[in-house]
Design a protein around this ligand. Structure first.
Ligand SMILES: [Ca+2]
Ligand SMILES: [Ca+2]
Length: 270
């Protein structure tokens, strides 16, 4: 029995290792179903770009600004080239905001297909958003808003990563969220990946630096039906905050992500 158990354990360890790599690495080549892929490499260090090249099949992104906000190209974690630094926390409604937006006009619908959306992130240290301020959320990646036709979202509000799906047609919201005991650490790099497959929603968070380095945290939830995600063409995919439609940031509740972002991907279908 012992001889059988050891290979099984080794195989399980190898599988776990493979899964960790799959969850944390962005493959060098885009897959046909990747509509968004940003690695931000090749953009000049220290620059404030207004457009972002898309290595996926979707269109290039625009940087949309309010109150003079801008994004800055900075060094990513080791081996990951460049990253994007979003505006620092600013509680007032007049604070600078900036969001990366992929126009929705030619984006394919998700429908009931498998959907994967992910990003690497490092939350700023220091000031945290206080409840009720105009900058009290940290939205990483999404298409659509709650209460509109459809939404998929990855956010890190309160240092607790979560994935959310919503459709008006079903009237259902499903969220997979880490527990309060699994909060991520500010100033450290993570990869957060949301996967919707059938009724199942899975969040996987892999730590790269700091106390969570090499640690994988997961959360799952299940919807009552397979949510059929249908977005109006005017709704963009956004990185670093919310937008009402292709040109407008909600100033009162941008949910501006305050920190660094890299290796963004949205993949529709198998
Ligand atoms: Ca990069
Ligand atoms: Ca914020």
């Amino acid at each position: 029995m012992t001889k059988r158990r050891i290979p099984a354990a080794a195989a399980a360890a190898a599988l776990a290792s493979t899964a960790l790599i799959a969850a944390s690495a962005l493959p060098a080549q885009a897959a046909p179903n990747d509509v968004v892929r940003f690695n931000f490499d090749g953009i000049s260090l220290g620059s404030h770009p207004t457009t972002i090249p898309n290595q996926g099949t979707g269109p290039a992104a625009n940087v949309v600004s309010e109150n003079g906000g801008q994004v800055t190209v900075v060094n990513s974690r080791s081996g990951q080239g460049r990253a994007i630094d979003f505006p620092d926390h600013a509680a007032p409604i007049t604070g600078p905001r900036a969001v990366i937006a992929v126009p929705g006009t030619t984006l394919p619908q998700v429908g009931t297909n498998r959907l994967v959306w992910r990003a690497d992130f490092r939350l700023d240290t220091g000031t945290t958003a206080t409840s009720g301020s105009a900058d009290d959320g940290d939205n990483l990646l999404q298409r659509g808003l709650a209460g509109t036709a459809a939404q998929y979202k990855l956010q890190v509000d309160g240092e607790r990563p979560s994935c959310t799906l919503w459709t008006a047609a079903s009237g259902e919201t499903v969220t997979a969220r880490l527990t309060s005991a699994q909060k991520v650490h500010r100033g450290q790099w993570y990869t957060a990946t949301c996967t919707r497959s059938g009724k199942k929603l899975t969040l996987t968070v892999v730590g790269h630096t700091g106390p969570h380095a090499g640690t994988t945290l997961t959360a799952t939830n299940t919807s009552s039906t397979v949510l059929d995600l249908q977005h109006p063409a005017t709704v963009p995919i956004t990185v670093g905050g919310k937008m009402y439609h292709n040109t407008h940031i909600p100033r009162s509740s941008t949910d501006q992500f305050n920190g660094l972002v890299d290796n963004v991907k949205v993949s529709i279908g198998e």
